[in-house]
Design a protein around this ligand. Structure first.
Ligand code: SF4
Ligand code: SF4
Length: 367
């Protein structure tokens, strides 16, 4: 399993038109640029709304099937029965018309949902699809501790690869454990697909005082490039996924990944300084994945609230942040409406203490 270009095209945050639908024409241009640069790895999921259909139109209907590889994912914890979970595989095949999946993943495994994947027998299910030739390689994406990863890889030694959240901000963060999980995967001899190398965009827009450190070292390099190159410099990497949302991001990513150079020792040292800078900030490291929102009984716009808080911490302009907060909560509920049911914390791949963070925000913005 080797990709010429280590960059993978993540299809979670595709460009949108004004009416909210995916801008397929722009995606076609992005797909063509990616393939021309030697890219092959495309990553979607059953739960990325409209993404599987969009990639059918932009890629599968326009390019020979053997010129790219396609990954998608089955989300066991969004299904209420084994049949419903298995149906996702059939639906993904129908939506994409890909014929088969080069990479197929059990989606976003963590301690709270691992038993569901076991109960529904989904490991056997994907193995059977592989035997039928409908899946070439299977693996899982993972958001938990190195101990649990070690256990899963011991219980399921035949998985072909794992997908991990790896970025320099979370390298030593115990809630994400980028380093620990990467080490466990490599100990088991598994190749790694990296997700969130720029932490949902957080590491593409660093606060000025931190970003300036990188800019003064390499004025031409984008801030995001440091996150992607950090991830791609590790060994055993099958692909580093970047969830690109427009042509400019694609062009930027290709500019340094086409002829990829791993970080030098001097550059690694600079990243260590940035890690220290980030640790000293009082920001909420929410990636805006929205996994916490659908189940919130109080309809609280959690990631938007955290976005307003980060604006406050980054620019120190409390009035602007409160006004942003009020706009985002206008048609929904504010942080103080939280009834502490805990649903959101069970769904958050970043393991954020959402309840206490909302309390802090409510005190500061509503008090
Ligand atoms: S704990 Fe609060 S924010 Fe989280 S789901 Fe429950 S009500 Fe919503
Ligand atoms: S709080 Fe967690 S689950 Fe919710 S959007 Fe942020 S990172 Fe995602």
């Amino acid at each position: 399993m080797e990709n010429k270009l280590k960059l993978g095209f993540g299809l979670m945050r595709l460009p949108k038109l004004e009416d909210g639908s995916i801008d397929v024409e722009q995606v076609k241009t992005m797909v063509d640029l990616f393939l021309e640069a030697g890219g092959t790895y495309f990553d979607t999921a059953f739960v990325y709304e409209g993404s599987e259909e969009a990639i059918r139109k932009a890629l599968i209907e326009r390019h020979p099937r053997d010129t790219f590889t396609l990954a998608t994912k089955l989300n066991g914890w969004r299904a209420s029965t084994k049949e419903e979970a298995e149906q996702q595989f059939v639906t993904s095949l129908e939506r994409t018309q890909a014929g088969y999946f080069d990479y197929y993943l059990l989606h976003s495994i963590r301690d709270t949902n691992y038993p569901i994947y076991e109960k529904f027998g989904l490991w056997d299910f994907v193995r059977e699809q592989k035997e039928k030739g409908l899946i070439k390689h299977y693996g899982f994406s993972f958001h938990d501790t190195p101990d649990l990863l070690d256990r899963i890889l011991t219980e399921h030694p035949d998985v072909d690869f794992v997908q991990l959240q790896i970025n320099y901000a979370d390298w030593e963060n115990p809630a994400i454990a980028s380093r620990g999980n990467w080490e466990v995967a490599r100990k088991h001899g598994k190749q790694v697909v990296i997700m969130e190398p720029v932490k949902g965009g957080i590491l593409a827009e660093l606060p000025n005082q931190i970003g300036d450190r990188l800019k003064s070292y390499a004025p031409e390099a984008s801030i995001a490039s440091w996150g992607i190159r950090f991830a791609a410099s590790l060994d055993g990497i099958l692909a580093v996924l970047s969830g690109m949302s427009n042509i400019a991001q694609m062009q930027d990513n290709l500019s340094y990944m086409k002829d990829f150079k791993p970080l030098s020792e001097e550059e690694q040292e600079l990243i260590r300084l940035v890690q220290d800078d980030l640790n000293s900030l009082d920001r909420i490291l929410c990636t805006s994945c929205h996994y916490c929102e659908p189940g919130c009984p109080m309809n609280i716009p959690i990631p938007k609230i955290f976005g307003a808080w980060n604006m406050y911490k980054q620019f120190n302009k409390k009035e602007n942040a409160i006004s942003n907060y009020n706009i985002n909560c206008r048609l929904r509920n504010k942080a103080s409406a939280c009834i502490q049911c805990g649903q959101c914390e069970g769904a958050c791949p970043q393991h954020l203490p959402i309840i206490s963070l909302l309390e802090t925000v409510a005190k500061e913005f509503e008090g």
